[in-house]
Design a protein around this ligand. Structure first.
Ligand SMILES: [Zn+2]
Length: 116
């Protein structure tokens, strides 16, 4: 019987948060390009406007789940999924990454430090 799935280590939440943030920025750029050529009310314009909806729902859910899985303040920060600017991210999320990696856990041993 497979082990129950109980969530992700904080390192994976940090990497996922960055992936989703980068994906969101790409989708926003794509939506802007679509809207430069098609009316907001056209089918293309409407669909472009919804491009990030599912991604935003996932970020919100993962923000809730990760907060529940890592309740101690020093092991979690809202900036994991709501990235803030690069400087704030480095001040709030990177220390969590470093504390987590200090134990050399299997989930991220030898993995390079992520960048915002
Ligand atoms: Zn890890």
């Amino acid at each position: 019987m497979p082990a129950p799935k109980t969530g992700l280590p904080v390192c994976q939440h940090i990497l996922l948060g960055l992936q989703l943030l980068q994906a969101r920025e790409l989708l926003m750029e794509a939506a802007q390009t679509v809207r430069s050529g098609y009316a907001k009310s056209s089918k293309a314009g409407t669909l472009a406007g919804r491009l990030t909806d599912s991604l935003d729902s996932l970020r919100s859910e993962l923000d809730d789940r990760s907060a529940g899985e890592h309740p101690a303040n020093e092991d979690w920060a809202p900036n994991i999924y709501y990235g803030a600017n690069a400087e704030t991210w480095a001040q709030t999320v990177l220390p969590i990454w470093h504390r987590h990696q200090a134990g050399n856990p299997d989930c991220c041993a030898g993995m390079p430090e992520p960048t915002r």
